[in-house]
Design a protein around this ligand. Sequence first.
Ligand SMILES: *Cc1c(COP(=O)(O)O)cnc(C)c1O
Length: 226
Amino acid sequence: MGIKNNIAKFSTLLASRGARLVAVSKTHSVERIKEAYEAGQRIFGENKVQEMTEKQPQLPPDIEWHLIGHLQRNKVKYVAPFVALIHAVDSLRLLEEINKQGEKCGRIIPCLLQVYIASEETKFGMDADEVRALIASGLVEKLTHVRIDGLMGMASLTDNQSKVRTEFKSLKSLFDELNQRSLPPNVQMKELSMGMSSDYALALEEGSTLVRIGTAIFGERPPLPR
Ligand SMILES: *Cc1c(COP(=O)(O)O)cnc(C)c1O
């Protein structure tokens, strides 16, 4: 198939659903990212700060870099100048650090809150009550250099489609519930980041606006060096 064809295929599919593609380029070379860029792709997702900061200066400036992996507070400063969206914010302390670094760069940094929806694996994220409490705390609106644009979640890694669907539905229902509320001025429920190569079709049916797809575009990832 090739990267170009895969990008074209997803562009058509997602346009019909009103969703956008985050091409997950972690472990893949700058050359392969360029191939996707030349096919028109502009949003790329990386899960490691160091890898993203190494690739970013080697690639065109109109790429939107999304950080999709767990982010440690001491690494926020490296991505703050350019990151377009941080998908995996899972605590007030992390949000406060992003705010501090955003202020230093004179930027408002868009973020998503990561919600824990998988039942079986240990994945990062807040539960629904923690998300409700954070948004109602009165603290988020004090963070003038962050903006919360929505929610992100990862379903269980399982072949059980109905389980995955239930998990996506739970995230969508929290998203819809929050959308009914009066939210702080720097919080909006606009983006719902869910779905990867194995489960994007279900995620789209359940209302995803951003799918994060690596393998189905770039092929299998090379094994990580140890
Ligand atoms: C790697 C990764 C993806 C993409 O996974 P694929 O199965 O290759 O599509 C999506 N989201 C996150 C958070 C990831 O780390």
